[in-house]
Design a protein around this ligand. Structure first.
Ligand code: ADP
Ligand code: MG
Length: 478
């Protein structure tokens, strides 16, 4: 099928390439923080070569981002629709708690602007070839909270471009560089500027014991270098102690007395992060304050798998966005695979039957983010039997995407592992919405990310040890 890939390189050349990659990564901050030894970095796993990716699929994903940003704005503009859909998840305590904070805070909202740094993830599907155009990309999910690897993706794509162009790898083809570090920082700076107080600071909400720190720090440094914007980092627990609400509902960072313009969440999406009542109090304080939320709770909730499933139902996009052209709707719809609820509606009953009768074709997803939560193939039946029927409606059932067969070599902890891999392309988007005027003030595509995992693993958690960062190699016109 494809050209011989990865290129066969003699062992001594591989050793040289490995040491060049490790040096590049250390020099450019492509490291995780070593939690055992603070201040020490561990190389982030990366591929030895950029992975071939359908040119049509890549272009398509990049172009789709502004359409997807607008589609999610259309969902956001209809909170009653979102609430009705999420009411199916009443057994999901976490979603219900977020919804109740949304309701409390929307009554006393003073800030009209709300932001987002999004990422739409795709896998190329080999069984659905769209003829002339080549391979079709299918959407895995649309992320609206705490999307990561924007900064490190810029660095890793630069690395692979450097290696290809200086003939250090025998790779021939185009290796595009992701501008995600620059573009996400620009998106956050636009939010800061719209807040209208130059000396205000940005707040990064972070997880305790975060290891993917450099991916966040690089954004912090870019915000300062390019825009003179100062950022602080705090966990929900620290936010509870270190912030207060000042005059005119302003959010104040107590240690310096600075006003906070934008709350940028790199945390707050998982139930375990709200271990104490103080963590929830902190989230509610942020949400109810005058600072621009990136994202607000409603924006976080429209990123649930439930909403992704509802959007695939015929007629829903048309109802939410009556002004879209048929071509635009078709472009979006082409990225969908089958998604079913498991509730008591007709569609839900169909989903239940499919799950029980042919689980090997599906992945079962709860309303969770961050990896490691999905149930695959034959495990689905056992899982559904165990959780009790009343909890089924908190899940969606999704058709598995069938990726093309490609091999590459992954460099992890100094070891090289060659084998079949699956790559997932994420495209970043930055948005700023005016809630009162129902307007999109910013709608940008903001670079991309390629993550690659060994084919054997169902999921590609990079820190968890299954996946790695990669770059796109565009080989031909297909
Ligand atoms: P999370 O919010 O936990 O990241 P995802 O929906 O992105 O959940 O799923 C996690 C991973 O599982 C994806 O990165 C992908 O590798 C795999 N996956 C999810 N859905 C599918 C699918 N429909 N087909 C194939 N792989 C999938
Ligand atoms: Mg994901």
């Amino acid at each position: 099928m494809l050209l011989k890939f990865p290129p066969s390189v003699p062992d001594n050349q591989k050793r040289d390439l490995t040491s060049q990659i490790l040096d590049w990564c250390l020099t450019n901050g492509v490291v995780f923080e070593n939690s055992d030894k603070p201040g020490n970095g561990l190389n982030v796993p990366v591929t030895l070569f950029p992975t071939p990716f359908s040119r049509h699929g890549y272009k398509n994903a990049i172009e789709l981002q502004v359409l997807y940003n607008s589609l999610y704005h259309a969902v956001f503009k209809h909170p009653e629709f979102v609430i009705e859909q999420l009411s199916q998840l009443k057994e999901d305590e976490f979603t219900m708690k977020l919804l109740s904070i949304y309701e409390n805070c929307s009554k006393r909202r003073t800030q009209n602007l709300t932001g987002g740094v999004f990422r739409s993830d795709y896998i190329v599907d080999k069984s659905r070839n769209s003829g002339e155009e080549g391979r079709q990309i299918k959407q895995v999910e649309f992320n609206t909270v705490s999307v990561s690897f924007g900064a490190l993706s810029s660095k890793v794509t630069e690395l692979h471009k450097f290696l290809a162009e200086t003939a250090k790898t025998s790779v021939h083809g185009e290796v595009p560089v992701s501008k995600s570090l620059r573009d996400i920082a620009k998106g956050l700076a636009t939010m800061h500027s719209a807040y209208g107080c130059q000396q205000a600071i940005l707040l990064f909400v972070t997880q305790p014991n975060e290891t993917n720190v450099m991916d966040q720090r690089l954004l912090e440094y870019e915000l300062y270098r390019e825009y003179g914007i100062i950022s602080v980092r705090a966990t929900l627990e620290q936010i509870h102690r270190k912030t207060t609400i000042g005059e005119q509902n302003r959010l104040i960072f107590i240690p310096t007395g600075a006003e906070i313009s934008v709350v940028y969440y790199r945390a707050g999406y998982a139930p375990h992060e709200y271990a104490t009542a103080a963590d929830w109090t902190a989230r509610e304080r942020l949400e109810g304050s005058h600072a621009i939320q990136c994202p607000s709770i409603m924006t976080q909730l429209i990123g649930t798998k439930k909403i992704q499933q509802v959007l695939t139902k015929p007629g829903v996009i048309e109802q939410l966005q009556p002004n879209l052209t048929n071509t635009e709707i078709e472009l979006i719809r082409k990225t969908f695979v089958g998604l079913w609820p498991l509730d008591e509606t007709d569609l839900g009953k169909e989903g239940q039957k499919l799950a029980m009768q042919s689980p090997e074709k599906f992945v079962l997803k709860p309303q969770r983010e961050g990896g490691g939560n999905n149930i695959y193939k034959k495990d689905i039946v056992k899982h559904l039997e165990n959780i009790g029927h009343e909890n089924w409606s908190s899940y969606v059932l999704m058709e598995l995407i069938d990726p093309p067969k490609i091999s590459n070599t992954i460099l992890r902890n100094g070891d090289l592992v060659t084998g079949r891999v699956v790559s997932e392309l994420g495209v970043f988007g930055t948005v700023l919405w005016d809630i009162e005027a129902n307007k999109e003030l910013m709608n940008n595509q903001a670079g991309f990310l390629l993550r690659t995992k060994t084919q054997k693993s169902n999921e590609g958690g990079i820190a968890a040890g299954f996946g790695c960062l990669d770059a796109v190699l565009l080989l031909s016109s297909r």
